[in-house]
Design a binder for this molecule. Sequence first.
Ligand code: LAN
Length: 730
Amino acid sequence: MSKAPSQLGVKFAETFRTDPDGWRLKVGEDSHGQHKWVYLSTAAQREAWPQQPVDKYSMGLPTGLPRQPEAKTPMDAARNGLRFYRELQSEDGHWATEYGGPLFLTPGLIIALEAVGYKLQEEKKAELKRYLFNKLRPEMGWGLHTAAPPTVFGTVMNYVMLRLLGVGPEDGPMPAIRAKIHAMGGALGIPTWGKVWLSILGAYDWAGVNPTPPELWLLPDWVPFAPWRWWIHVRLVFTPMAYLWGIRYTMPITDLTRQLRQEIYTQPYESIHWPPQKDNINPADLYSPHHPVFDALNLILGVYEKMPRLPCLPNMRKAGLKAAYRQIVYEDENTGYQTVGPVSKAFNMLARFAAEGDGEALKLHLAKIDDFLWMSKDGLFMTGTNGCQLWDISFLAQAEVETGLAEEGENRKSALAMLDWLDKCQIRNNPKWYKKAYRHASKGAWPFSTPEQSYTVSDCTAEGMKGVMALQSLDFIPNPPPVSIERLRDAVDVLLSMQNPSGGFASYELMRGSSRMEWLNAAEVFGNIMVDYMYPECSTSALSALKYFSKIDPTYRRTEVECCIDGAITWIHSVQRPDGSWYGSWGVCFTYATMFALESLGIAGESCANSDRVRRACDFLLSKQMADGGWGETYMSCVTMEYQQHDESQVVMTAWALLALIYGKSPATDAIKRGMELIMSRQQSDGSWLQEDTEGIFNKNCAIDYPAFKFIFCIWALGRGSKYLAAATS
Ligand code: LAN
């Protein structure tokens, strides 16, 4: 979550507030688990469709949910937490949650919508403005994400977006924001992705962007750096970007573009010499400087760009554009026009428009915009994916079963609805364009968000499967259970196919190339993005799912399952740090990954009683416990790769640390008790917990919030903790 915002921004934000009574979250209208916020303008519409607690909660309005009886024990507190959270369950069985943090997503969408000539509803425009002003930092700018200090990328992109949404250059804090842009040297130093967006808008020149040749899609598959080997998000952002660069797409210049050209630079636009700007990246933005190999490649590509295209030779640009465009179409059709994420969503939409105009593809893209727009207490913004539906519900299912709460009468209906949702979320087929789009198999997988988005993720498949197996172990579940053993076997097939030779699991695919590909990292603001790396988090999820499955169906691919588990454990051993911890790539940070790793080691039979590794990991965590009994790490741990202590303990990290100590069978029962007391002390009278600092991360440098975690992991840690303490003292 953001640090204290600018008071000026917050005050100005209020001028854009729409009537909160008008907003409703529609779930699953076009596809399973889909989210869409709609604004109802008439009293009759509002009366016919009353606001639900989840609508109110998401917008920070009083939910009217009752006070819970005072919790005398940790188990009472867990129960109270679930009582509150259960009220936010959607009618289809899952929990719809805000998924924000990054601040570079919405501007791309708004530029793309401007280019295709789409008019957003006025209320949505107003709320988009409200959000941004609410997130304005006291330094009068925005960073890469809401918790970070201002950068050129964050500030310029969002300033431009506000101007496109109709905010005048002299309105409210706009002059101060412009001054901040100028103080940072102006938009010339914007990182490459920003240069591309501004070139599309006509407020920067393509001559100042490093070559992004679509011809790379013509490389044979065996080439070690061919695009099919890149991490899925990079490949699917690169592809439409290369297409748009290849045709040097720029939307028609308007008066507003002409004004922007004068507003965001420190010199007259006409006087800018563009070519040297290609590598001009503001130091405040820079996380991964260009590698000399990348610089050399750009020199060669620069020469190639200038070479005359001889009519007797095949037109490589044309062929490259065709190949890249084919991939764009495959991606759209594989994902119901959502694409893998929000950046590719906006770029693909624009590429389709550039090639096909105002046709069917654009219509289908526009129909999937609302899936990415979330209405929060601060306003509307574009989410990190089209939600984190599967991720949240899978953990909650396990938490409820492991704590025994799922079996309690009051939770049974909700648990059945969860299982139904998980059942419908499993992906039943491989993608339409499977091999041609270089996709990993998805038959049997669970995705991160919704099945329509269609992407296999190793740990989502595993946690989805664990959630199903946990719920299906309950005795009130229909017989036969909804997810058959054959379908669990499909999931096992997917997981087994995702193990890398060294034993670890990456995120969406196998690791398809060498980490040296990082030399070609062109997105200066992120680290470790070029290939899909192996992670202790993903590896733990995969091996634990296989372990639990082997208890249900011990014969299926038995030797392979056993070897896979052993291999994954060995890999996790290999990445333990000398201080006993593991580095986390998707959550903050050492606390998160150490929780996963200790779950794995626990499965391998390692505990404080018999394993030096586990003892070192538990000692590491215990050394980080704060005076109030809690744990707190900042996202800067992920950025710097060293533990960064938060000023205040955080309930989510406290819950992770407690679960880690429990997995490791730590004898430090007093420390565990104090951690549980801290979580209890932060619980509100209605059973909820307040949002604290950001919990998630990606690409080393961008924080992303997981607001459901405060419920899920607090309930889980309190419930499991009370069982653990009871067993330890009996
Ligand atoms: C996510 C969110 C979930 C996350 C986990 C499942 C937690 C992880 O274990 C595997 C990777 C995954 C699926 C993941 C990958 C990168 C995502 C999709 C995100 C962090 C959410 C947003 C992010 C995406 C790349 C944002 C768009 C930005 C770009 C740089 C393209």
